[in-house]
Design a protein around this ligand. Structure first.
Ligand code: NAD
Length: 492
């Protein structure tokens, strides 16, 4: 059964500027990952169009009262916006699911509620983070006061289009900034509806604008624009580096970079419940078909647990059913594009050439559905330098490496370049905490894998996985700049 009819979902070939749609010339075919059909077109904003969008935001920032109004009123608009998103599931969920890899049922159950709750979470900071009074001699008063940057550029990836966009825009807007969002050119439409709802909620026109286009033309012009004071980005490490260069050359401007990962699942033989651990590991690499920055893509298992763990993971992999995002029986999402599917296949082929063996999967799924699907894959025998161990695959591919003692396990878990997240599974508290200390990653999950709905816990990477945090108080503060004030108050 289908949850919606993909042919009835309307997508606008437009930007969103000053509270209204701005039609622009169609330049890019947008393809549905589920069936490979060209279903819509997208403009690619050139430098002139980017300038128009950013100037509009700048004007809104300067002339509206978004930054200067009482912060609780700003928060009220954000909360109203979140309520409108919750109430708009009938429109937003098909828009999000049709052109992305996100199955409709998951969009309804997780993505949209998470996006809305993200807005509420950051709204709560609006009147709670305002700077501090410094410890000075009593004949001075020293203060640090917080101020928004002005116009912030938010650049988002395709893997969770609305949720990832909200993690960028919510703290920036709650802190009083104007935001220009550039969604991924592969999943550009659902955020337009979200912008419409912001206007309905009472956000001044221009405070949240959307510019459509690719990375090379639109993304680059946006980062380089002289009115952009900060860039907040989620995407690949290579793009993050380009953005940082552009921000250095045209600023320097601060950046928040949430980048790629190659996260380990370190399993000791004393893990509390091996079957449950195996299911969590399987989910951690097949959720969204492995197209998740924190996918646990390297299983590092103590020898005694290898057999039972791997058997259970294989069982879970076998039960997954590839399908379209609007098919209610889908349990394995499509790959975003044929190009990305071929990239996954290429890395796995090189891994096999390099000595790995596929215990299950190892190839594209032959579904006849039109879209690209990759079979959940378990690779054994891959040594530390193997491409499947080294490179971010962004697909449902899990490598397995075996260790004997703790030191060896920890050494394998540490990746030479990435440091986004790690799972550690053990009943030994001391060992778990030693792993927390030892692993050079931004997040460690103990006896679980994946985030909870506790937005207060920041997320972000070490090493080539990024700079700065999304979520948490840290993400809010990163959208403010702090001004020092020193006043001589003399002696009475
Ligand atoms: P990507 O880097 O290809 O694209 C991300 C965005 O950047 C898109 O909107 C794209 O148009 C834009 N872009 C590309 N080149 C640009 C440039 N030179 N200047 C400005 N903008 C540019 O990433 P993707 O394929 O959309 O997403 C997958 C990647 O994102 C993976 O590496 C994944 O690990 C990472 N990711 C990280 C997190 C995190 O929180 N760390 C979350 C989700 C995804």
């Amino acid at each position: 059964m289908s949850s919606f009819d993909p042919k009835r979902v309307e997508s606008r070939c437009a930007h969103f500027i000053g509270g209204v749609y701005r039609q622009d010339q169609a330049q890019l075919e947008v393809i549905r990952p589920s069936d490979g059909e060209h279903y819509a077109d997208l403009p690619i904003a050139n430098t002139t169009m980017v300038d128009e969008v950013v100037e509009n935001s700048w004007h809104a920032f300067k002339t509206s009262d978004w930054a200067s109004r009482p912060p609780r009123e700003r928060a009220r608009v954000m909360r109203r916006w979140a309520d409108l998103i919750d109430a708009d599931i009938a429109t937003l969920a098909p828009l999000e699911a049709v052109g992305s890899t996100r199955p409709y049922s998951e969009v309804v159950a997780f993505d949209l509620p998470f996006a809305a709750e993200g807005l509420r979470f950051f709204a709560e900071f609006a009147d709670k983070v305002g700077g501090e009074v410094a410890c000075t001699a009593t004949d001075h008063l020293g203060m640090q006061i917080s101020e928004p940057y002005g116009v912030i550029a938010a650049i988002a990836p395709w893997n969770f289009p609305l949720t990832m966009a909200c993690w960028k825009i919510a703290p920036a807007l709650a802190a009083g900034n104007a935001v220009v969002l550039k969604p991924s050119e592969m999943t550009p439409f659902s955020c337009l509806r979200m912008a419409e709802l912001a206007i309905e909620a009472g956000m001044p026109p221009g405070i949240f604008n959307i510019v459509q286009g690719d990375g090379r033309t639109t993304g680059t012009s946006l980062c380089r624009h002289h009115r952009i004071s900060k860039v907040t980005f989620t995407g690949s490490t290579a793009t993050g580096i380009s953005i940082m260069k552009a921000c250095a050359e045209t600023g320097p401007k601060p950046v928040t970079l949430e980048l790629g990962g190659k996260s380990p699942q370190l399993v000791f033989a004393d893990a509390p419940d091996l079957a449950r651990t195996a299911r969590s590991i399987a989910k951690g690499i097949t959720g969204n078909a492995g197209q998740v920055c924190v996918s646990g893509s390297r299983l590092i298992v103590q020898r005694a647990a290898y057999q039972p763990l791997v058997e259970e993971i294989v069982r879970v992999f076998q039960a997954l059913k590839p399908g379209r995002t609007w098919d209610e029986h889908t349990t394995l999402a499509p790959i975003i594009s044929a190009g990305q599917a071929n990239r996954i296949a290429g890395i796995v082929d090189r891994a096999l050439d390099g000595g790995a063996q596929a215990l299950i999967g190892g190839r594209l799924a032959d579904t006849g559905l039109g879209g690209s699907f990759y079979l959940p894959t378990l690779l054994t025998g891959a040594t530390a330098g193997n491409p499947a161990v080294m490179e971010e695959i962004f697909g449902p591919v899990l490598t397995v490496q075996v260790f004997d003692d703790e030191e060896e396990g920890m050494a394998l878990a540490d990746h030479p370049t990435y440091g986004l997240a790690a799972g550690v599974h053990t009943a030994d508290l001391g060992r778990a905490l030693r792993a927390v200390r030892k692993l050079e990653v931004g997040t460690v999950w103990i006896n679980r894998y994946g985030r909870s709905a506790d937005w207060i816990i920041p997320t972000g990477g070490y090493k080539r996985s990024g700079i700065g945090k999304d979520l948490g108080r840290a993400a809010y503060e990163a959208n403010l700049r702090f001004k020092s004030v020193l006043i001589d108050i003399g002696q009475s």
